[in-house]
Each structure stands twice: as C-alpha cells, then as structure tokens.
Design a protein around this ligand. Structure first.
Ligand code: TXA
Ligand code: MG
Length: 356
C-alpha cells in the first residue's frame, strides 16, 4: 500500500477562555494506493520524485534512509505515515555540501566546524540550533535540528542535484531493525513507496553517531558509525552521555526514541555470555549472534571470524534479520567489546533485547 496525502489542516480545539486555552492539532487525510516500489540506480528519477513531494528510499554508508524534501512539510509527513513513526521522534536532515548547514542551523556551537571537517561526509550527526525555516514536523517541535552529510557516492550525487536537503530516518517500519540493503527496504516498505535507489550493501552498517551541544559541552545521544574516541580526539575532551541517556527516571530524553525498544526483531533476543545463557534454553532452536566464535547451536551468525569490529557492525543488521526470518525460536547475542564500533553494536543489541 502506498500513502498519498490528500490534505493537512490545523484544527483548533478546547475552551477559548483561560485557564484552559485553545490547542492546535493537525488533521491529516490520506489515500492508500496499491503499488510496488521500483528498485534501480536512476538518481535522476529519484530526484524527480523528491521534487514532486514524494518519498524515496536512498542508500547511505550507514543504513538506507526514507527521504523527502526537508523544507516540504507535506512530503515529510509522508515519511511519518509510511514508517508509522510517532510524531515526537525527530528526523535527521542530510546535506550534500558543507555550506548547506547554514540553511538549517542558526549558528555553529564551539567545535562544530572542526567536527564537520574531520568527519563529513561520514556517519556523524550534529544536533544544532535550528533556523525557523526548518519545518517543525522535521524536528518534532524541538528548537534543534540533526544534520549530517552521508558518505555514499549515490546519496551525494542525489543531494547535489537537488535544490533542498533531505530529511531521512532509517527506511524501516518504526521500531524494527534498520535496512542495510535495497532488498531489506523492499521486503518491508516495498508496497508503500514508489522508488528504492539501490546503492548496494551499506559499508558501515549501523546508524550515525549523534552528538548535541549542551551548556558546557558536546553530549553523546547515540553511539554509531564514528567511534566516540575519534570525536574526543578532535575535541580534545571527553564526550559524555546526557543524564537522560540510559534508564534514569523522570528525565525527558534529549533524543526522543532513544529510550524505546528499537532495532528489535520479532523474536526474543537475550544478550550475554552464550555459554551462560544456553542452559536456560534447552530444547529450543537457538540462533546465536557471535563476534568471532562459532557456537554449535541450531544456527550461528559469526559477524567477523577475524574479530574486526568494523566488519561486525557491517553485518549486524543483516544477521539479525536472517535469524528473525529463520525458524529459530530465540536469538542469543554475545556481548561486544566496549570500544570503537563495539559500543554501537552493544547499544543496538541492548535495544533489540528490550521487551515490547
Ligand atoms: O545513520 C543514520 O543516522 C540514518 C541514516 C538514514 O542517515 N538515519 C537514522 O535516522 O538513523 P533515525 O530516524 O532512525 O534516527 C534519528 C534519531 C532520532 O530517533 C532521534 O533520536 C535523533 O536522531 N534526533 C534527530 N533529531 C534530533 C534532535 N533535534 N535532537 C535530538 N535528537 C535528534
Ligand atoms: Mg531508525
């Protein structure tokens, strides 16, 4: 099914007299049209669809994104309806030229320029104070906007043909594992979008690292494709997670969506030492995600026989999908080293293991 927007209206509700006051709600009407996505390498066709206000799945070096014109609120709304993504979860905006950051951000906090020069194009998202021109739907009403320049030749070719930046979350239904091939996108969103730009398998394999400037310094909102150690060496100081990172109660998440069960297969996932977990699951068909050791279980996905964390990250989501569609009853995942891309891998596995 493909979602076509019919109208968006702002509706006033509530009692006009104080103390209640009126509140504004967005009413959306859309049509569901049967269709199947074309998959191809036609950057120009993708650009035409995006100019017409449609959504297109695009490759990046991290994961595939579901893109729309970041300055067209109606087009961006289609991203939310297609993914069934809650409106409180803001999108990352992708640019193809360094200068374009000035169209989105009001100013650059200390150190931002150096980080852009060191890591763009690449898997680092900077959360920056936003310009008023960026539609609220992109940022879920926050006064900041997440920006990155993807390091994928096809994504850059597309962005540099367009007159506007692209808002794009990962191209998966909300809460599911992110796609790292065009086929993954087709499997889940193929009946809802018109075109998938096929740029091959993503070579980073986990989403971008997200950092944001808060009084006193940069904070880590999500570990990802750029190791935090590399960011710290450019900034010359430690980058901490904000208070709201993790499970602390009562603190609003800086990156909404961060505390939720995310990246989750449908099968139950447990993380820990495989040898310690196995006895509790006797008699089940067990699927294992391991770093480099093969385990004698029903099905074992070894992410990197050579013990290389970058290679493990590249294969992580495809392995989770493979076990999820297999006839395993349960997925057991090893712990990964707390360094380099190991932190992003552990973060995604931890979220995959959260019960929904
Ligand atoms: O690698 C990636 O980052 C991929 C590719 C497609 O670029 N995109 C991606 O987008 O992972 P998504 O929507 O799955 O994750 C975006 C997350 C949000 O859930 C939120 O946590 C954070 O980025 N985010 C975006 N804008 C933010 C803002 N203004 N403040 C805080 N967090 C923000
Ligand atoms: Mg996502």
């Amino acid at each position: 099914m493909y979602v076509r927007l019919r109208s968006v209206k702002t509706v006033e509700m509530g009692d006009p007299t104080p103390p209640m006051g009126r509140s504004h709600h967005t009413a959306v009407e859309y049509d569901l049209c049967a269709m199947h996505a074309r998959t191809g390498t036609d950057v120009r066709a993708a650009a035409e669809l995006l100019r017409a206000g449609d959504v297109v799945a695009i490759p990046t070096e991290t994961v595939y994104g579901l893109a729309a014109d970041a300055f067209n609120a109606e087009a961006v709304l289609k991203i939310f309806t297609t993914k069934q993504r809650p409106s409180f979860d803001p999108l990352i905006v992708h640019i193809g030229r360094m200068d374009d950051v000035a169209r989105l951000a009001k100013e650059l906090p200390p150190g931002a320029q150096g980080l852009m020069e060191a890591f763009w194009p690449g898997p680092l998202t900077l959360v920056l104070p936003k310009r008023p021109e960026v539609p609220d739907i992109v940022t879920s009403g926050l006064d900041t906007v997440g920006v990155r320049m993807p390091a994928h030749p096809m994504a850059l070719a597309l962005l540099n043909q367009l007159e506007f930046p692209l808002a794009a979350p990962s191209a998966n239904p909300f809460g599911y594992v992110s796609p790292t091939t065009a086929q993954h996108v087709a499997d889940q969103l193929g009946d809802r979008i018109p075109y998938i730009l096929d740029g091959g398998a993503c070579n980073v394999g986990v989403e971008s690292t997200i950092i944001g400037w808060e009084t006193g310094g940069w904070k880590l909102y999500r570990p990802g494709g750029v190791p935090v150690e590399a960011i710290e060496s450019i900034l010359g100081r430690t980058v901490f997670a904000p208070l709201s990172f993790g499970e602390e109660q009562g603190v609003r998440a800086k990156a909404p969506g961060m505390l939720e069960s995310h990246y989750a297969p449908r099968k139950p996932v447990h993380v820990g030492s495989i040898d310690a977990l196995l006895p509790a699951h006797n008699g089940k068909r067990i699927g294992v995600i391991s770093f480099s050791t093969p385990y004698p279980v029903y099905r074992c996905e070894v992410l990197s026989p050579a013990g290389d964390l970058d290679q493990a990250a590249q294969k992580l989501f495809a392995a989770l999908r493979a076990l999820d569609v297999s006839d395993c009853d349960i997925i057991l995942a090893e712990r990964f080293p707390d360094e380099g891309l190991g932190r992003a891998i552990s973060d995604r596995l931890k979220r995959a293991a959260v019960k929904r």
